[in-house]
Write a protein that binds this ligand. Structure first.
Ligand SMILES: [Zn+2]
Length: 342
């Protein structure tokens, strides 16, 4: 990136109401067949336009073509039964109806590659594409075949790598792996989770990112955060391992969180996507608030490595609020950028 403080969102934006009812997760599609395909493409065009209008520098697809950031990917694999779902507890926090692994996993066709090609045709700006990370996938389904979280993560890493290589060939500049599960299962991260993620990025020459957060702004996550005390030190357990990895960018939650900012020092040398927008609140940040959050992190990350962003995806927010927050993000980054202008 040749621009200082390039802004981007973590991944998702709310969908238009004619595509899927807003403000909820796993919202069902309102269209089907060819109309759904066309509707998704139109939603992608809108997501792009809204980011451009807000002045966002690195474009995402807003996850307009997926029902959920994890299960949509899993549903495209063979070896998975997504009709006879089971209820599991996600990250020890909330129940969800998820697909079941019933046989050996394989990716027989691309999942998001056509969507990525479509978005690539619409803009010359850098594009970041989010994929679920192997450990978070393991935690978002029921395994009736491998009976080992580590083995299953390894299989996911292999298929994610196939998808990532094709996304890279489609012209994606940054591939981001979402690993909220990294903030919960520390021992497993250090034991096999990070190794599985490294397997997923094997052979890639585009930039790679890992996003580790405290979740969407839904009640189960907000209730969980209340139990974490006045200092959230989860990053301390996993950042040393990430620092040693080949991942280029670390995306973290920052604004309105109880994360001690000096923990960012643990990934010194990496590029850091600093969450300067709270996705768990409908209150719109002022540009000055965004700038203040970014300024505070400059003690722990070199300015050329600072990538202003959101704390997490904005799928559960209303569209008006998401738009206003996007705009605040770019205006806040602009304040800091101007301070560094020669
Ligand atoms: Zn997140």
């Amino acid at each position: 990136m040749n621009i200082l403080l390039p802004t981007s969102i973590v991944g998702s934006l709310p969908k238009p109401v004619w595509l899927a009812p807003p403000e909820k997760l796993w919202s069902p599609w309102k269209l089907e067949g060819d109309q759904l395909t066309e509707g998704k493409q139109d939603a992608l065009r809108i997501a792009l336009q809204e980011q451009l209008l807000a002045g966002v520098d690195i474009i995402c697809d807003g996850e307009q073509t997926r029902q959920h950031f994890v299960t949509t990917f899993i549903e495209h694999l063979s070896g998975v039964d997504f009709e006879n779902r089971k209820i599991v507890k996600i990250r020890n926090r909330y129940d969800a109806s998820v697909p079941v692994v019933v046989d050996e996993l394989a990716r027989r066709k691309a999942v998001f590659v056509n969507d990525a090609k479509f978005l690539r045709q619409q803009t010359t700006k850098p594009i970041k594409w989010a994929l679920p990370g192997p450990m978070t996938m393991v935690d978002t389904l029921y395994d009736d075949h491998y009976k080992s979280r580590e083995k299953l993560a390894w299989e996911f890493a292999k298929v994610l790598n196939e998808e990532a290589r094709e996304l890279q060939a489609a012209g994606i500049d940054i591939i981001q792996f979402d690993e909220p599960a990294f903030n919960v299962f520390f021992d497993e991260v250090n034991d096999w989770g990070m190794a599985a993620l490294e397997r997923a990025i094997e052979g890639l020459h585009c930039k790679t990112a890992v996003h580790v957060c405290y979740g969407y702004g839904i009640k189960a996550n907000n209730d969980w955060k209340k139990t974490l005390g006045s200092e959230w030190r989860q990053y301390e357990e996993i950042f040393p391992k990430i620092q040693k990895s080949d991942i280029d960018i670390v995306s973290l939650e920052c604004h309105n969180s109880n994360v001690p900012l000096n923990l960012i020092e643990l990934v010194r040398g990496k590029k850091v996507m600093v969450g300067a927008i709270d996705v768990a609140s409908n209150r719109i940040e002022t540009p000055e608030e965004v700038a203040n959050t970014l300024r505070k992190t400059l003690e722990f990350v070199n300015v050329e490595n600072l990538y202003p962003s959101t704390n997490c995806g904005m799928a559960p927010l209303s569209r008006n609020i998401a738009r206003a927050k996007l705009s605040a993000l770019s205006k806040g980054a602009e304040i800091i950028r101007n301070g560094f202008a020669i």
